[in-house]
Design a protein around this ligand. Sequence first.
Ligand code: PLP
Length: 397
Amino acid sequence: MLEFADRMSRLGTDSAFDVLSRAKALEAQGRSIIHLGIGQPDFPPPDHVIEAAIKAMRDGHHGYTPSLGILPLREAVAADYLGRQKLKVSPDQIQIVPGGKVIILFACLMFGEEGGEILYPNPGFFTYESAIAFTGADPIPYPLLQKNAFAFDADDVLSRITPKTRLLILNSPANPTGGVAPRLQMDRLAKGLEKFPKVAVLSDEIYGRILYDGHEHVSMLRYDSLCDRVIVLDGWSKTYAMTGWRLGFGIWPKALVHKADGIAINCHSCVNAPAQYAGIAALEGPQDSVTHMVAEFDKRRRAIVAGINAIPDLKCLAPGGAFYAFPNITGTGLSSKEMESKLLNEAGIAAVSGASFGKYGEGYLRFSYANSMENIEEALRRLAECVSTSPKKSIFA
Ligand SMILES: Cc1ncc(COP(=O)(O)O)c(C=O)c1O
């Protein structure tokens, strides 16, 4: 009889992978499925990035690298922040990790323990709640509501801080809603946080370059008053369509980077060297692939939002960033899990229930529009048909 640590029962999982495996099982039976579930760009990384990885291998970069990452890559990240965002960060503050997600666990491990509280967005990326609970800290959700275009309300977030709060997690542009925090709310939050000097902030900015309709990305690094306690998560997965390369980074306050490095040394040691060289090429090379990808996403975003809003009973705000649409489905009378199953089993559309992203996601569905326009159009046709045959047994009345 094995005795597992309690924390193992507190780990959550990514429902998008669960939907994917059910979708694959249906495909194996010959069913046609349109994949709007998983959140990854359907573009290849730029050629010069692939070439840089191959060259690194041919040049003999097969060994361990420094645990924080190779210096030229950390310098390239710092130069990119200075060039694009006019933000000065030192390469010494940058930690290269195997995927940005690692920074979430590291920050939670650093601040979370029994008796502590960590605030996180809800609906939000599943890892937040899971990683917080894993550490023994209490996950305290703050809602992202449709009436605020799924951006946080700074006063509401600040009102949830207690003497037990150790860490506040932010995510803008957001998964699963595509919501973007406006500068006004960011400023208000940053100002308010000055009153809570013991609260660290993890700002997940992985979708920071995927923005539409003139929305701007306001990095938490802008606020000098918080510079000793803001951690930024970013990476190559979404911007350069490199999800499988497992390459991301954290920008840590100077006093914390060595603690984060200590966790890395006990865990993955370092990121594989060819991926790191590819990361330099991505940042220093032409950026037209990013511009092209975002322009394509924008066309699909407009198509999916218009198509969903043309269906009676569904309402979808135009997301300001990322590549997710998050329509309100309460008009159908089905719960979001019921709708997820119905769409998959009856219409052949893989989408993820809003409730999978937390209780405030109930009544919504997440569609990732990182798929071809042709598939999106077919999905919209199937969706309209499926919703029109849905019995309205309102559970929300
Ligand atoms: C909000 C958010 N943060 C972090 C990540 C993790 O990115 P990576 O693949 O670089 O680990 C994801 C991936 O889906 C995400 O949606």
